[in-house]
Design a protein around this ligand. Structure first.
Ligand code: CUA
Length: 348
């Protein structure tokens, strides 16, 4: 086998590996749908993939065929003199080109109609949904505020960087932004939608199986755009209700002396100007609500997993962990740090 043959096989193998990696039940993959909307998009993707693969193979096969066959029709003519094919060959070639052009236009129309039908079906979910739920999502540099709307103000839940949804219920995401344009994208559930300052944009998501799906801001929004991650946790209705009811409760009051001291450390520092912990005097509105911080998976919009060590590093020097973020470095005495961590992690 010659060098270019090896190169082609290497390229095909690499593409195959990439495709398999994309299909392998990943938590952030367009072609591993977790719900009907993403399922429709994935179906469209596979339709495109197989149709275009077939065309690609057909074109390659035809190219090889024309390169290797003997040019019988043309060879018999005095090619050196005229450089022109015979009339018979000319009309045959015209027919071939006409058929290929018509086939191309028809295939492009099939792809266009498939895209429009899938896009319209996904966008129309709202008008068909009877048991829909609304979630307000606000993009901030660089974190997500999540608010569960309710006609009863006592049942409004505010959290951050995590969206819990019940399986089988369409959820309308009302997107806003507090600063620049962000984009909400959870590939396993639905396509992208921008969050634009001073506007409200809507998007639907729905899960039909339990799962934890990774979402990522999909519009460059500044230095820490890549660290603007959110998780969507899809769970059965009863588990979702239990989570929502737990979130509705004010923060747990610390019972032991270490956590009580940690709470005082929090309340006596600048933390309270930005963060809220319901049930305490901390009522800041510009940073994530920490009422149930200990129940969340990540720190700094999921820049780090939520562990004692990571939280300690984050509080001591947030700019080292996530340069440019808007969290101030608050000087905390070494002896106060452990109680503060114990208290924050106890906020389940
Ligand atoms: Cu927010 Cu990129």
């Amino acid at each position: 086998m010659n060098w270019s043959g090896k190169r082609i096989i290497t390229c095909i193998a690499a593409l195959g590996i990439l495709l398999l990696a994309g299909c392998g039940g990943h938590q952030q993959s367009v072609i591993d749908p977790g719900g009907p909307l993403a399922g429709r998009t994935a179906g469209l993707w596979w339709f495109f993939f197989w149709l275009l693969t077939a065309i690609f193979i057909a074109v390659l096969a035809l190219t090889l065929w024309t390169l290797t066959r003997r040019h019988r029709g043309i060879e018999q003519e005095s090619l050196e003199v005229t450089h022109l094919p015979s009339e018979q060959t000319e009309s045959k070639l015209t027919r071939v080109v006409a058929v290929a052009t018509i086939a191309t236009v028809v295939i492009l129309f099939i792809l266009l109609i498939g895209s429009v039908v899938a896009g319209k079906a996904n966008a129309d979910l709202g008008s068909r949904a009877k048991n829909a739920m609304v979630i307000d999502l606000t993009g901030n540099q660089w974190w997500w505020q999540v608010r569960y709307d309710n006609p009863d103000p006592r049942r409004i839940v505010t959290t951050a960087n995590e969206i819990h949804i019940p399986i089988g219920r369409p959820v309308e995401i009302m997107g806003r932004s507090n600063d620049v344009i962000h984009s909400f994208w959870v590939p396993n559930l639905q396509g992208k939608r921008d969050l634009i300052p001073s506007r409200v944009t809507t998007n639907w998501i729905e899960a039909d199986r339990p799962g934890t799906f990774r979402g990522q801001c999909a519009e460059f929004c500044g230095l820490q755009h890549a660290h603007m991650v959110l998780w969507v946790i899809a769970e059965p209705e009863d588990k979702f209700e239990a989570w929502l009811n737990a979130q509705l409760r004010p923060s747990v009051s610390p019972t032991d002396s270490v956590k009580q001291r940690g709470q005082q450390v929090f309340l006596n520092h600048e933390c309270i100007f930005c963060h809220s912990i319901r049930g305490t005097t901390a009522a800041g509105q510009v940073a994530p609500d920490l009422t149930h911080f200990g129940s969340r998976r990540g720190i700094g919009a999921n820049t780090l997993p939520n562990t004692f060590g990571n939280l300690g590093g984050w509080i001591v020097d947030p700019q080292r962990v996530k340069p440019g973020n808007h969290m101030a470095t608050v000087p905390i005495n070494a002896a106060d740090l452990q109680p503060l961590l114990e208290y924050l992690e106890s906020l389940k």
